[in-house]
Design a binder for this molecule. Structure first.
Ligand SMILES: Nc1nc(=O)c2c([nH]1)NC[C@@H]1CN(c3ccc(C(=O)N[C@@H](CCC(=O)O)C(=O)O)cc3)C=[N+]21
Length: 287
């Protein structure tokens, strides 16, 4: 079997084209959504990701506000920029690109954000709402994974999903989405403390690999017919992306998300979706 590709690039393009129509409708009513980004330091990958987010904004017709600080920026300086964006009426949603340089208290920064402008869905109040089943902006990568699976008709209801990784942006938050009644999956969360990862992987209908360990998921650990989502981003010595999924998994799985071209573009599409959703909600648009 050769796996069908879960094409995140194409799916994201379709989502963005629908968002562009909704932005036109908002603009006709005098409402202009704007996405802010806060980027600290000179990490090459972070700069690339943020540039992609601004390209997406241009594509769907929303304004973008870029704030950059040097790697030497202090906690206070970053917090000042966050306060400015909270108060800026042109900025209807924003993100603070993670990770922040060593010594900066990320959680304190996230807590300072106006939760109504949290485009990443990572503010503690919004993560809390997710636990409480209240409407909230959804974390972009988990949301992107679910939209991608739905696009290709992968059954979530009753599925055995194994998530590998416990980072905040995906590992810890995706089980909250997958176990909602609307998804209704059964989730096992694995991490570096898991005793027998292979045993869990072999039972999975869906694997979400977000460990950041190159080629961690091997073909012999994948059940034939499973769906495998490659969320991990490592880089080889040439700076090329290496995912968490071994290329041989293509011969075993029924669906596989490429990396790049899979979950990355979906994450960005969900970010702009959160901004448009929030602008519509603020304007009282019902969908
Ligand atoms: N506050 C915050 N929010 C984030 O959403 C966030 C973050 N911090 N920190 C880092 C991670 C990583 N991330 C990616 C987004 C897009 C691609 C993406 O579009 N990748 C392209 C390839 C890009 C390339 O070639 O480097 C692809 O997969 O096709 C990748 C990774 C968002 N993150």
């Amino acid at each position: 079997m050769t796996a069908q590709i879960l094409d995140g690039k194409a799916t994201a393009a379709a989502i963005k084209s629908e968002l562009a129509t909704r932005v036109q409708a908002l603009k006709a009513r005098g409402i202009a959504p704007g996405l802010g980004t806060v980027l600290v330091g000179d990490d090459v990958a972070s700069h690339k990701y943020v540039a992609g987010k601004h390209r997406d904004c241009a594509e769907i017709g929303i304004a973008s506000i870029q704030r950059e600080l040097p790697a030497t920026a202090t906690q206070e300086q970053i917090e000042e920029v966050v306060r400015e964006l909270n108060d800026d009426p042109d900025c209807t949603g924003y993100i603070v690109q993670l990770p922040l340089p060593k010594g900066i208290d990320e959680n304190r920064i996230l807590q300072l954000m106006d939760p109504a402008k949290d485009a990443d869905g990572l503010h503690p109040a919004n993560l809390g709402k997710l636990v409480l089943n209240e409407p909230a902006p959804l974390p972009c990568t988990p949301y992107g994974v679910i939209r991608l699976l739905r696009q290709y008709g992968v059954e979530l209801n009753g599925a055995e999903v194994v998530v590998v990784g416990r980072g905040v942006t995906i590992g810890r938050s995706i089980p909250l989405l997958l176990t909602r009644r609307s998804e209704n999956s059964t989730v096992t969360q694995c991490h570096t403390g898991t005793r027998d990862l292979s045993a869990h992987l072999r039972r999975a209908d869906i694997i979400v690999a977000a460990a950041g360990v190159p080629h961690l998921i091997k073909p012999e650990d994948v059940k034939p017919g499973a769906a495998v989502l490659d969320v991990g981003v490592s880089r080889d010595e040439h700076g090329k992306i290496v995912g968490d999924v071994h290329p041989g998994v293509r011969d075993v799985a029924a669906w596989i998300s490429p990396n790049p071209g899979g979950v990355g573009p979906m994450t960005r599409a969900m970010l702009v979706a959160n901004v448009v959703d929030a602008a519509e909600a603020a304007a009282g648009v019902t969908r």
